[in-house]
Design a binder for this molecule. Structure first.
Ligand code: FES
Length: 244
């Protein structure tokens, strides 16, 4: 995306990351190009609400920005549909729907950050930064084409790589037994849980669901002591310990 010096300035808080983007750039795209921690599962389809942001208006002398009322595009029908169905907190917008129209300051609330800080009073007062090794991604998988014979798994992996830029991906063998059914049930739109056991290695597809998977992702942390074993069932999105 080419950036001109007279393009609107976008400042993300709390990171302070900033950049200039052409009018019409979705806030989510601006965040991605600056490496801002703004979540998305549905990839901008307006159905997961993970990309919620709060625009700020007025004068921000410390940031060197003045934000006018029309700095973001108008509330659109996708946001209205989400508002009617689930509701958005006052002042919130969907970052994949709101586009940049003028200089703007965008606050990314903790719920919209993948690497949010959580403090678990019950365990310790230490702030823990979330860095989940397993994340959800929604993709549209190309349908089979008799002129280009490829397998379902190959097309699923290629969708993850092109739509989410995920690099090398493998799949757990159990995926193969359900892949065909799930792809067809979801009309070729599926949610995929991908796990990375180390930051540089290939991601592994752990599970797949038709459409948008809204039931969350959970993990168990196990502490093996010399006499006791402690297990914590944890929500991998919010960082909340649900059972211990
Ligand atoms: S990215 Fe899913 S609603 Fe915006």
């Amino acid at each position: 995306m080419s950036q001109e010096s007279n393009d609107p300035l976008v400042v993300f808080m709390p990171s302070g990351k900033r950049g200039r983007f052409p009018v019409g750039t979705p806030v989510l795209s601006a965040a991605r190009s600056l490496g801002v921690d703004l979540d998305s599962v549905c990839g901008g389809r307006g159905i997961c609400s993970k990309c919620q942001i709060t625009p700020s208006y007025g004068s921000f002398p410390k940031l060197g920005v003045t934000v006018s009322d029309g700095a973001l595009s108008d509330w659109n029908s996708v946001e209205q549909r989400y508002q009617d169905k689930r509701g958005l907190k006052p002042g919130r917008r969907l970052g994949c729907q709101a586009t940049v129209q003028g200089d703007i300051v965008i606050d990314v609330p903790p719920e919209s950050q993948v690497h949010k800080q959580v403090v678990r009073k019950a365990a310790s007062d230490r702030a823990i930064v979330m860095d989940p090794a397993t994340r959800l991604f929604m993709v549209d998988v190309q349908q089979p084409d008799m002129h280009e014979p490829t397998g379902d798994l190959q097309r699923l992996i290629s969708a993850l790589q092109t739509q989410w830029d995920l690099g090398a991906i493998t799949a757990h063998p159990r995926i193969l037994s359900k892949l065909q059914t799930v792809l067809r049930k979801g009309a070729w739109q599926v949610s995929v849980a991908v796990h990375w056991s180390d930051a540089k290695g290939a991601g592994q597809i752990l599970d797949i669901w038709a459409g948008l998977h809204e039931a969350g992702l959970y993990g168990v942390a196990i502490d093996l002591g010399s006499t006791t074993v402690a297990a914590h069932l944890t929500d991998l999105v919010t960082g909340q310990v649900l059972v211990q």
